[in-house]
Design a protein around this ligand. Structure first.
Ligand code: F6P
Length: 342
């Protein structure tokens, strides 16, 4: 079978009309860094350049914006960055940006630079800041979902999530080796301040006996029976995954296990290691698509939305909905985690 031949009049895939007449955009990364943020910056810069639009890079997120840390950046500035973790623009969590005075300073800098729109790569806290800037000063903003937590409504996945899962899973596999050798229980805490996406994915992929997520704040006592049952079935060691945002965290779960079973239990908090490292391909590609989509949104005259991907297509979600509506964990996967832990 041969591939269908595209019709001759198919528009060149890189043609995108600049209906809004955008000439210059700014881009920043904000909040917790996430692997793939560099790929998103690169996509913004290269999409804009391709369409004759200049890009101003803002260093240190909103903190740098109110201080005036702005400079023109071009395609060569983002060369050799797609594979790098962290963010070449640096990031921060800014208290000053939460004040109207701080945002007025930032708006002044964007106006002085002749910027037609601002692209903010970050999580819900960053989108609050972007939304306020647009509401108060009329500067068009577009959000790009960049957080390992995957907790933004309006996109199936956020940039950095896939890499964080791989990093956590690698650690779980290693902890399983030592846990099995010592016949111990390992309670492993993964990131996710308010969400259990990483925990659930890692629990299923890592073959955990039990998983605790903030979306289901169940009593920890149940784990005692689960561990006892595991021992009775001949399992000498067990892996329990706990999301950081679960009440009491990994320590609370480990204390309950030791008190209820007397078995040797160790806690391992994976922490910020999950935010680092070279992004996996899924994060690079997602970031590339969404960076491109963010520039196209501004060119189309769209403002105040997050660009995301749902069911394989780019979607726009009003910024306020990304934090007002809740993206639930996959209940199917949660059930699957239970079924497979026998
Ligand atoms: O990026 C999101 C996140 O990783 C959360 O899961 C975590 O609670 C938080 O960042 C920690 O952020 P920081 O230590 O940078 O304030």
């Amino acid at each position: 079978m041969t591939d269908p031949v595209p019709p001759a009049d198919l528009p060149h895939p890189t043609d995108h009309p600049n209906a809004a007449g955008v000439r210059r955009v700014a881009v920043l990364t904000s909040g917790g860094d996430a692997p793939g943020m560099n790929a998103a910056i690169r996509a913004v810069v290269r999409t804009a350049t391709h369409h004759g639009i200049e890009v101003v890079g803002v260093r240190r997120g909103f903190s740098g914006l109110h201080r005036g840390n702005l400079a023109l950046i071009g395609p060569r500035d983002v060369a050799n960055t797609i594979q790098r973790g962290g963010t070449v623009l640096l990031t921060a969590r800014s208290k000053t940006w939460r004040t109207p005075e701080g945002r007025a300073l930032g708006a002044g800098h964007l106006r002085a630079w002749g910027v037609d729109g601002l692209i903010v790569i970050g999580g819900d806290g960053s989108f609050h800041g972007a939304h306020a800037l647009q509401e108060e000063h009329g500067i068009p903003v577009i959000g790009v979902p960049g957080t390992i937590d995957n907790d933004l409504y309006g996109t199936d996945h956020t940039i950095g999530y896939f890499t964080a899962v791989e990093t956590a899973l690698d650690a779980v596999d290693k902890l399983r080796d030592t846990g099995a050798s010592h016949e111990r229980i390992f309670v492993i805490e993964v990131m996710g301040r308010h969400a259990g996406h990483i925990a659930l994915e890692v629990a299923v992929a890592g073959g955990a006996e039990e998983v605790f997520i903030p979306e289901d704040p169940k009593p920890v006592d149940g784990v005692v029976q689960i561990v006892k049952d595991s021992v009775a079935k001949g399992k000498a060691s067990s892996i329990i995954i706990v999301a950081e945002g679960f009440p009491g965290g990994a320590q609370g779960v480990a204390d309950a296990i030791e008190a209820g079973t007397g078995l040797e239990t160790r806690v391992s908090i994976l922490g910020h290691i999950q935010r680092g490292g070279s992004p996996v391909s899924s994060d690079r590609v997602l970031a590339s698509r969404l960076g491109e989509a963010a520039v196209y949104a501004l060119m189309d005259g769209v403002r105040g939305v997050m660009v995301g991907r749902e069911n394989g297509a780019v979607v726009h979600t009003p910024l306020h909905e990304t934090w007002e509506k809740r993206k639930d964990v996959s209940r199917d996967l949660y059930r699957c985690a239970k079924t497979l832990s026998v």
